[in-house]
Ligand binder design. Structure first.
Ligand code: 0O2
Length: 221
């Protein structure tokens, strides 16, 4: 390649990666609006926190190799749909489906795929709701539909997944059987905790409702 050609490639790659940063910025604002609105109306935060990342070039190259490579940036874009990732952590499992529905309802968002690893956890115990969506990004000379992978989980699911991820990498994929069993056991405990917390939440809500009805009754008297 000549210097000019290399400059051109670099320019295109920079623009390509920037597109994912923009898509994440847009999506994060959308999530913030939903959360703030919900907080104002219900005095409650369905989202604990969010974390976004653009895949590192090393990790992108590895995944591309696994998928058989690509000839152009357009091909990379279609093959690797998690270059931009947003992880949303909620307190309760119910909130996960609320966030998912809210994203589905946004008319400028295209939902491409949903994988529900909560209803059907992975054999190792991994739970999370994954969505592949397309977000429109408006730039000076064009509009792009950008793929983003959204992972929505509870705090317990996130705690488990981050530990499992570390262990998986430490053992480079070949985790000892004993650890696999213990991890599965921990995943079951995380599921039980999520159920327990949701049950408590419902109990607290019904107490609040009863108090509210009682106050109204006194007011009418
Ligand atoms: P990283 O480093 O988190 O980005 P794909 O490989 O994406 O084409 P797949 O495997 O069907 O197809 O995608 P899936 O199941 O939606 O999972 C993609 C991402 O979910 C992973 O990204 C992880 O972030 C997370 N994930 C999936 N399974 C597990 C699991 O068993 N344990 C943990 N800790 N995370 C999981 P990457 O690219 O693998 O890694």
């Amino acid at each position: 390649h000549t210097i000019e050609q290399l400059k051109h490639i670099r320019h295109n790659v920079t623009r390509f990666m920037m597109m994912y940063e923009f898509a994440l910025k847009e999506l994060e604002t959308k999530i913030e609006i939903l959360n703030d609105e919900f907080l104002a109306l219900h005095e409650y935060n369905p989202i604990e926190h969010t974390k976004s990342r653009v895949k590192s070039p090393e990790s992108l190259m590895k995944k591309l190799q696994r998928k058989g490579g690509a000839q152009s940036l357009d091909e990379i874009r279609e093959t690797i749909r998690d270059i931009a990732g947003l992880r949303i952590t909620c307190s309760f499992t119910e909130d996960i489906y609320w966030v998912c529905d809210m994203l589905k309802n946004q008319t400028d968002i295209n939902v491409i795929e949903i994988k529900d690893y909560i209803k059907e956890p992975k054999p190792n115990g991994y739970r999370s709701l994954h969505m592949i969506i397309q977000v429109p990004v408006f730039m000076s000379d064009r509009q792009e539909s950008v793929y983003v992978e959204v992972q929505i989980r509870t705090i317990a699911m996130d705690f488990w997944a981050s530990l499992e991820h570390k262990i998986f990498y430490k053992y480079e994929g070949s985790v000892p059987t004993q650890l696999i069993t213990e991890l599965k056991d921990a995943a079951d405990s995380a599921t039980a905790l999520d159920r327990k917390m949701e049950k408590l939440r419902h109990e607290i809500e019904s107490i609040k409702l009863a108090e509210h009805e009682h106050e109204e009754y006194e007011f009418i008297d």
